[in-house]
Design a protein around this ligand. Structure first.
Ligand code: ZN
Length: 110
């Protein structure tokens, strides 16, 4: 799931949290996105779960009782950006000097 946390410089920052253990997914390579309905029938929508690649992935499969679809976190987030019309060029226009990017400390393990 996506949550918002307090940003030390004010406001908030979005983070990715494991739907199984509730801990933060700090590196894209440590996580996976599971499509609950798999395969998704034409015209249908599926809930997705954000999970850690390790035990949390297996626990989610056990809880679902079937093998879900799997997507890498980087690809999932890229698809989300495109689905709301944010190309790399538009992102650059919104944030040309990366002033809005969260500081390194926000990206480290909670
Ligand atoms: Zn987890």
């Amino acid at each position: 799931m996506i949550k918002a946390v307090h940003h030390p410089q004010g406001g908030c920052a979005s983070i990715l949290v494991c739907d199984v253990c509730g801990k933060r997914i700090c590196e894209a390579g440590d996580g996976a996105v599971l499509t609950v309905m798999h395969p998704i029938p034409e015209g249908a929508e599926s809930k997705v779960l954000h999970v850690h690649q390790t035990n949390c992935y297996a626990m989610a499969e056990n809880q679902l009782g079937h093998k879900p679809g799997h997507e890498e976190v980087w690809r999932h987030l890229l698809c989300l950006l495109y689905s709301v019309g944010l190309s790399p060029e538009k992102l650059q226009a919104y944030c040309p000097d990366r002033a809005e990017a969260p500081p390194v400390a926000m990206r480290q393990a909670a």
